[in-house]
Write a protein that binds this ligand. Structure first.
Ligand code: GNR
Ligand code: NI
Length: 171
């Protein structure tokens, strides 16, 4: 297993649309294991493959409470099939926008279809943090980062702060 470096804004790779996975095999599973390890190391509750530079439609999410056992889930070629009318606001963060947080409003619940780690078709009805996280990660697969929902001025402030954070970390 390996910890992969996580891309940060304004890296243009984060703007690209990810491509569907064609085959779920051991090579892909090894990459997904690396994604999971990288997510736990960060630490974060979700990670999209594009965040580690691979433009494939893969997410890993674990929203289990810190004091409980890990509960990782892999979502391959996920598609949101339904979103609730009622919305929820969550103070979102992103590993690609380190140390910056903003309230983002999204549908409170969603349903999604996806392929799991074993290559089986699955469906999920998500609420709470999981619903927010699935939608946040789905955005990554379409080249969208949560700061794209903010005003231009707030977005550029976040990008400036991330550049400073990354630079200081490198020193
Ligand atoms: O770790 C993360 N926390 C988080 C909190 C609120 C809403 C979304 C997220 S996802 C984020 C990890 C990440 O950047 N995934 O793309
Ligand atoms: Ni993110």
């Amino acid at each position: 297993m390996a910890i992969l470096p996580i891309l940060t804004v304004p890296d243009t790779i984060l703007k690209k649309k990810s491509k569907p996975v064609k085959k779920v095999d051991d090579k892909l599973r090894a990459f997904m294991d690396d994604m999971l390890e990288s997510m736990y190391d960060a630490p974060g509750v979700g990670l999209a493959a594009v965040q580690v530079g691979k433009l494939l439609r893969i997410l890993v999410i674990d929203v289990s409470p810190d004091d409980e056992d890990p509960d990782p889930h892999f979502y391959i070629n996920p598609e949101i099939t339904w979103t609730s009318e009622d919305l929820a606001v969550y103070n979102e963060g992103c590993l690609s926008v380190p140390e910056q947080y903003a309230d983002i409003e999204r549908p409170a619940e969603c349903k999604a279809t996806f392929i799991d780690y074993d290559g089986e078709n699955q469906e999920i009805h998500a609420k709470g943090l999981l619903a927010t996280c699935i939608q946040h990660e789905m955005d990554h697969l379409n080249g969208i980062v949560f700061i794209d929902y903010l005003s231009k001025i707030k977005r550029s402030m976040f990008v400036r702060k991330v550049k400073k954070f990354v630079k200081e970390k490198e020193e």
